[in-house]
Design a protein around this ligand. Sequence first.
Ligand code: EPU
Length: 430
Amino acid sequence: MTKYVINGGRPLHGEVTISGAKNAAVAIIPAALLVNGVCRIENIPNISDVSLLLNILDRMGVKIRTVNSHTVDIDSSNIHSVTAPAELMRKIRASYYLIGALLGRFGRACVGMPGGCDLGVRPIDQHIKGFVAMGADVDIRNGVIDAEARGGRLQGANVYLDVVSVGATINIMIAASMAEGLTVIDNAAKEPHVVDLANFLNSMGADIKGAGTDIIKIRGVSEMKGGFYSIIPDQIEAGTYIAAVAAAGGDVTIKNVIPKHLDPITSKFREMGVDIQEGDDYIRVRCDGRLNSVKVKTMPYPGFPTDMQPQIATALCTASGTSLITESVWDDRFRYVNELKRMGASIQVDGKVAVIETVDYLTGAQVRACDLRAGAALVIAGVAAHGRTEVENIYHIERGYEHLVEKFQAIGADIRRVYTPDGNMTSQAI
Ligand code: EPU
């Protein structure tokens, strides 16, 4: 078993550099299947979700060449399969973007149902609604999605999303890039990674306008050629370090960010009393440990991101007064609360609302990550808490955070990744 062992309770100081955005990378890599040529993609985060996707593409006959630790060449010229390995598909949510990419380029996709964090029900009806509107027949049975464009090529269509869905917006945008005619996505998601994907596709020859607004227009092209693209910085990773400074106190400069993308996050932490100064591509975060309670409601961008909900909740555990968090995106994203309670937090959850009463400090404990952001929140709790914390099930965290241990160490946290063959904590650190 591999765990993080944290001796908490000291403020954070120094600099941390943010990696490429996970949720942009996991869309751009499958989208490279559309391209008849080599896509050089830079600023790719070193995380297990990315390795898994590259592995899936490799198994499908795509040539993957690692140029350096954050750059890969993806060459889909000679792809030989419209079928993706089902056992790998199940391990990751973003594998469903292969449906859009394969349908768009070849008019056929046969892929396993996606996996990903367990946040309650995660339907894909809006993705399918888009593909069907574009003339695909979609059949789901035995855990496999089989989609085929009638006449061999998707046709442009108007798609009104019933819910604002990042995944459906991205998947339909990918599929429509090579459809015949114009596709209009109404009520589209506006997240920075939606815009990043559109920029990537456009740089490879697609014709997409309006990404970042709620109406996206995609005029299909018959071929896309290779090129270079650099992925945007990860705003949730940056937000996670902001939350850590808020919880533990300190003075940390967070480099390689697009401050505008962080507005929904920084505005809430400022309300809590955290001092945040912005530069062109960095922010400086200072906190003396005193925080105000706030109300937070998660919303699609530019609202407060659900992917920051567990981290801000952790910082709010020691804020003066009572805070209220409403989770309005996912049905079941408070499962980490029981772990925080083991560390002394006072939180009551009723459906989609969590009420956080202040405590003086958190105390170290043995806790277990139940998903990616929940895991990040427990690391923050451990860094801020008095005493020793052990975080288990860290594979969830390593799906989406590059070099988390090294980055926290660089800003003064006492955290180690420890491997224990027999589950006790006496073995070597790695
Ligand atoms: N929804 C539907 N039907 C659909 C799709 C979504 O009803 O066909 C609902 C969902 O049930 C949810 C809401 O729409 O209530 C939003 O879901 P969305 O499709 O936006 O989520 P997603 O694409 O599955 C991505 C991120 C998540 C992030 C959400 C919301 C990726 C790979 N995942 O998921 O990220 O929470 O958007 O911003 O991009 C994470 O990084 O930790 C993570 C879970």
